[in-house]
Design a protein around this ligand. Structure first.
Ligand SMILES: Cc1cc2nc3c(=O)[nH]c(=O)nc-3n(C[C@H](O)[C@H](O)[C@H](O)COP(=O)(O)OP(=O)(O)OC[C@H]3O[C@@H](n4cnc5c(N)ncnc54)[C@H](O)[C@@H]3O)c2cc1C
Length: 233
């Protein structure tokens, strides 16, 4: 596979064949980090040498972050609404998202195959222990599928009865998928990844953060490897 076809490949993130993240565009690469860091010396480099690699590792180790801002990415993301809500708390990104006031086509829903149990110590976290059935013996996956289908049927019914999309959408559940373009520089991307691959972050957004790290490595391999080494990722 060539670098160009790989760039636009959509990677399944949540393993359901619907979620994805793809790298749409990049600005800069490893060498721009070095050029930014060495601007005072008045020399521009076109390729990395061994000294440059040492410099990038030093910048990563010392959290000398601003040179990493000269590399930027645009991602196309398809994720459930509840993931977007967490993602959009990161104010240093630029976003455009599908408006459900504008269109009601291609509506899809995230129905996981596995359900994590509530953590007892951390009130906003889950454990690795799974639960598959309700106390009265129903499959949790089926219960959620039924609820999702009923909510979607109600939405369609409201539209058929003349209710505007902007109001009808309020009956749709948070497991509905949305799509966005999201642009960020490498420094702020790493900040996002650090917060969102943490064990305390929700599993679903952890999966997106891990995939973003892999995609960033395609555009700025040495910088991302240096950061992985510095952060022990
Ligand atoms: C595990 C986890 C649990 C969370 N739980 C909750 C929760 O229960 N409720 C909730 O509301 N949020 C929650 N959050 C969101 C969290 O509080 C942050 O809003 C989110 O992680 C974005 O982080 P950030 O502000 O550092 O990132 P960005 O918005 O990308 O900002 C990056 C950095 O820029 C600076 N910055 C950006 N904007 C400003 C500003 N206006 N003023 C000052 N400095 C600024 C800060 O230094 C900031 O760290 C949670 C986050 C995580 C990772």
């Amino acid at each position: 596979m060539t670098a160009d076809t790989k760039r636009f490949e959509a990677y399944d993130v949540l393993g359901d064949g619907i979620s994805f993240v793809r790298l749409i565009n990049t600005m800069g690469s490893d060498v721009e980090i070095v050029n930014g860091a060495r601007v005072s010396f008045g020399k521009r480099r076109e390729a990395l040498d061994e000294k440059d690699k040492v410099l990038i590792q030093y910048l990563a180790d010392e959290r000398h972050t601003s040179p990493f801002e000269h590399v930027a990415f645009t991602f196309h993301v398809k994720c459930p609404l509840f993931v977007t809500r967490q993602w959009h708390r990161h104010r240093t990104w630029s976003y455009n998202e599908i408006s459900r006031r504008y269109t009601s086509v291609n509506m899809e829903f995230y129905v996981p195959k596995a359900y994590r149990q509530q953590a007892e110590t951390n009130r906003q976290a889950s454990t690795d222990e799974l639960v598959s059935q309700t106390k009265d013996g129903k499959s949790i996956q089926e219960v959620i599928t039924t609820h999702t289908e009923e909510a979607f049927a109600l939405f369609e019914n409201l539209l058929e009865n003349g209710v505007a999309r902007e109001q009808a959408r309020m009956v749709l559940p948070q497991n509905m998928y949305t799509e966005m373009y999201a642009t960020v520089n490498l420094h702020n991307l790493i900040h996002f990844i650090e917060l969102r691959i943490h064990a305390g972050a929700q599993w679903e957004i952890q999966q997106y953060a891990l995939k973003l790290l892999d995609l960033a490595e395609e555009a700025a391999p040495f910088a991302v490897q240096a950061i992985r080494k510095a952060r022990n990722w």
